[in-house]
Design a protein around this ligand. Structure first.
Ligand code: ZN
Length: 365
């Protein structure tokens, strides 16, 4: 079944967008005759160009920019390896299995430069392309900053997703003051396996991903699994909005704050997590806030405890100091502040102080 789908995909996706003859012409005989791109989501993009001149064409380069949040716009340049000739038809394949993938709906702007032996040079007009997951028939629904894309289930299902996502944004604004700064795209695959099929090297457990620099979330939710879906949407949407808000070139958010806010947005802490917290307190194995600032352990139990503590730390900060302080903390991190400095500035304690106060709050004597 999967293989059959993959074949269909190839057939559909290799439809070329031809831009017609004589795309660009220099004063001499140099002319670009055609330029096209074929997409095969999620693994490759094939760029093709044909050009002719009355002398040999000696240099062809492809230039492209991926539309994402960044500190500086990065233009990639690809030198095409070819034998000089008066007429050329060349191409380049972007193999994402080598470079890492892009989320569905990513926008890429590209253009070519061609030079011939008389030093005539052509630069084609930039073309905008969207790297869509054409294997599914997507429908979309937009409300404010959010667009939901889905292909399985009826419009009622999509509306429920939209309502869930809008509720998450409202609660996030209420508890932390964080709001989306750029439009957000929410791609709903029909299960976790379909989602993993849209990614290059997915993690085994991936049920949802926030591509924060692209303003894109992808989640696998079957129309009958909305309850699980609600938590996943809250989690990933919070990561996305918070990352948009603190985006800076100097420092990342401490992991406990990033994951804690996402867990807090999901709702109350599931009992399995809460039980782990109590056990860890009992046997003195709580993780320090300082350790929780780095990426979490890969070991399942340690990682569950790390998430539980992160939730609890965020709950402690919001419950005791309110929205205005959390908003101030996020704004301080946006400036690239260090972890102790940011806490000190907003709450008047450092990571060790947070540890002590939090333990006194969660486990009073
Ligand atoms: Zn997370």
């Amino acid at each position: 079944m999967i293989r059959k789908t993959a074949l269909l995909v190839l057939v559909f996706c290799l439809i070329l967008i031809l831009l017609g003859a004589a795309l660009a012409q220099a004063d001499g005989g140099l002319a670009v005759l055609g330029s096209s791109v074929a997409t095969d989501f999620p693994t490759r993009l094939d760029f093709n160009l044909s050009a002719a001149s009355d002398v040999s064409i000696t240099d062809i380069r492809l230039h492209y920019i991926v539309d994402q949040r960044g500190y500086t716009q990065v233009t990639s340049e690809v030198y095409i390896d070819f034998t000089p000739a008066a007429t050329v038809a060349e191409g380049w394949s972007w193999d994402m299995r080598k470079t890492g993938g892009l989320p569905p709906g990513s926008r890429i702007r590209y253009w070519w430069t061609v030079v011939d032996a008389s030093a005539d040079k052509i630069e084609t007009n930039p073309v905008q392309l969207q790297f869509n997951d054409d294997r599914h028939a997507w429908q979309s629904l937009t409300e404010g900053m959010l667009t939901v894309y889905w292909y399985e289930g009826d419009e009622d299902f999509a509306r429920k997703i939209m309502t869930t996502a809008q509720d998450v944004l409202a609660r996030l604004a209420e508890s932390t003051g964080a709001k989306p700064e750029d439009p957000v795209k929410l791609y709903i695959y029909d299960d976790a396996q379909a989602l993993r099929g849209a990614m290059i090297f997915p993690q085994e457990w991936t049920g949802g991903v926030a591509f924060t620099r692209f303003g894109t979330i992808a989640i696998g939710i079957a129309p009958g699994k909305l309850d699980w879906g609600r938590r996943a949407i809250a989690h990933e949407l919070t990561h996305l909005v918070v990352h948009q808000m603190v985006f800076n070139p100097y420092n990342e958010l401490p992991a406990w704050l990033d994951e804690g806010l996402a867990m807090y947005a999901e709702g109350t802490l599931p009992p399995t997590f809460a039980d782990l917290l109590v056990e860890a307190e009992d046997d003195g194995s709580l993780i320090s806030v300082r350790s929780l600032s780095s990426p979490f352990s890969a070991y399942a139990e340690q990682s569950t405890l790390a998430y539980a503590q992160s939730y609890s730390l965020v709950e402690f900060l919001i419950h005791n100091y309110g929205q205005s302080h959390m908003l101030e903390l996020l704004r301080t991190f946006r400036k690239g502040s260090g972890y102790d400095q940011a806490l000190g500035r907003v709450y008047d304690f450092d990571m060790d102080g947070l540890d002590r106060l939090w333990q006194g709050y969660v486990f009073p004597d």
